[in-house]
Design a protein around this ligand. Structure first.
Ligand code: ADP
Length: 293
């Protein structure tokens, strides 16, 4: 990465609004920082709250590992509230460029305006920046977080020739799902060895039922059955399914039931059809639904 000033490479966005450029730029920035005023509901599973707090206090970045829909995002929202920091969340994908994270010059009206990307905005604001599913991002994009995730704690904004030092209140958190790991989508040791790693998984049945009852607004017996269904589907991981039903899917089924959909129909839509397109597999999942409800 060069620290020198490179020529601006403006991207034409057209005159979308009539405000002066400065206002447009801040308007683009504003939605990136979320201030969480009300306590998000988060049911701790182990010592993750204490570990995250200790990492935050020592300016260490966190890597949250675990299957989809097991509460990682909710946990980060809860920690942002608890630590009283704004939160910036980026869903990583394979088109995500360094400019998408760090920022870019835009042509607005007759002016060239620099607009911070979400990562830069988070560093400047001393926020918690959560990069969800980091392995989905391009390898050259992931490298930009390295100097932020070690003792240097700086972000190189190459296009402006600027090094932005992270204040103590800034924290980087990333997540990934080891279950999807493939040769192409592995988190490299040079990246992972910068982070305090924390394991997440679906909680034990009684705890998960509590989450499903509360989030889905269903009674305890319905929540218990939904969790039973979830457990049965998880037995098919690697045997027809990439992953079994997540807590998220069980909450979706509960929400449909709460909205008046019959339990079997709710589970078919929110769980069975969501998990697979394969006719044999969906037939098996339908059998599981009938066995539980
Ligand atoms: P992930 O980020 O791991 O994919 P989420 O945090 O989005 O998953 O969790 C999906 C949903 O599951 C949440 O919106 C919430 O309803 C529920 N959930 C999962 N785990 C918990 C938990 N420990 N406490 C509260 N809600 C949870």
């Amino acid at each position: 990465m060069s620290a020198g000033v490179t020529a601006p490479t403006p991207e034409l966005v057209g005159a979308r609004r009539a405000e002066p450029p400065g206002e447009v730029a801040s308007g683009l920035l504003a939605p990136q920082l979320t201030h969480i005023d009300a306590e998000p509901y988060y049911q701790p599973i182990g010592d993750e709250v204490a570990v995250f707090e200790a990492a935050y206090a020592r300016c260490l970045p966190a890597l949250l590992k675990g299957p989809t829909g097991c509460g990682k995002t909710r946990f980060v929202e809860y920690m942002a509230w608890r630590l009283k920091r704004p939160l910036v969340t980026v869903a990583c994908h394979d088109d995500l460029t360094t400019a998408d994270l760090v920022g870019r010059y835009l042509i607005i009206g007759n002016e060239t305006v620099w607009v911070d990307g979400p990562l830069t905005a988070a560093v400047r604001a001393g926020a918690i920046c959560y990069l969800d599913e980091i392995v989905e991002a391009r390898k050259d994009t992931i490298v930009v977080i390295h100097p932020l995730a070690d003792s240097r704690r700086v972000l190189a904004v190459d296009k402006r020739g600027e090094m932005v030092a992270a204040p103590a209140s800034f924290m980087l958190a990333i997540s990934y799902n080891p279950g999807y790991q493939s040769v192409l989508k592995e988190i490299k040791p040079s990246t992972r060895q910068r982070f305090v790693a924390m394991d997440f998984d679906y909680p034990e049945a009684v705890v998960e039922a509590g989450i499903v009852a509360r989030e889905g607004g269903v009674d305890a017996d319905t929540a218990r059955r939904l969790v039973k269904l979830g457990e049965l589907t998880r037995n098919f991981k690697g045997a027809g399914l990439d992953e079994g039903a997540s807590t998220r899917l069980l909450v979706h089924a509960a929400q449909l039931i709460g909205a008046g959909i019959a339990p079997q129909a709710a589970c078919t839509a929110a769980v069975a059809r969501a998990l697979s397109d394969d006719p044999d597999m969906t037939g098996t999942l339908d059998d599981l639904v009938r066995a539980v409800f």
